[in-house]
Design a protein around this ligand. Structure first.
Ligand SMILES: [Zn+2]
Length: 186
């Protein structure tokens, strides 16, 4: 891995997290991309390894310094790592003592967001094209028919902005079905 001269210069060759070792790695803070050093942090090998470690609690005391770095990318990465250790008093105290810009906080915490998924009544993840079975009698609003428990609905579609709903065809009619009333057919 290489590091751009411009990024290296920003902290006089030193790692922007620990300020102790020479920076050798160009770290891009997700979800931003590497087209600008404003999205990046110059870090050392030790910090890079610590980021993957399960418990690098001791090493990350250095964030007590880097969280005050004027660069948004360094703040975001420091805040992100701190949040991984928020169960520890020192990290929690630090999180509570800084007043980061809201955008930077969002940037930092985006790493912990779980994408919305559609799940059936048993917690199985549903995808477009799946077949499902109704787990109870379904009265279809606005129509005269009902679908009995056990009806197979083939090739469902996920309702994009609502993880509790899917669309499927019953009797050639497309209807919205609640995910809690279906079971994925394997
Ligand atoms: Zn470092």
């Amino acid at each position: 891995m290489s590091i751009s001269a411009k990024l290296k210069l920003r902290n006089q060759d030193l790692c922007e997290l620990c300020n102790a070792e020479t920076a050798t790695v160009e770290y891009t803070v997700s979800p931003k991309n590497d087209d600008s050093i404003e999205n990046q942090v110059a870090i050392c090998e030790t910090c890079l390894k610590a980021m993957d470690a399960e418990d690098a609690d001791f090493h990350w005391r250095c964030l007590e310094g880097s969280i005050w770095n004027p660069e948004p990318s360094v703040q975001a990465l420091s805040y992100r790592i701190l949040n991984k250790y928020k169960e520890k008093d020192w990290a929690n105290n630090l999180i509570n003592s800084v007043d980061l810009d809201e955008n930077i906080q969002q940037w930092a915490l985006s790493a912990f967001e779980v994408p919305d998924v559609h799940k059936d009544a048993f917690g199985n993840i549903l995808e477009s094209g799946d077949n499902v079975v109704l787990t109870q009698l379904l009265n279809v609003k606005g129509t005269s028919f009902s679908a009995s428990k056990g009806t197979v609905v083939k090739k469902i579609k996920l309702v994009h902005d609502n993880t509790e709903q899917i669309e499927g065809k019953i009797n050639d009619q497309t209807i919205v079905i609640l995910t809690k009333f279906v079971k994925k057919s394997l």
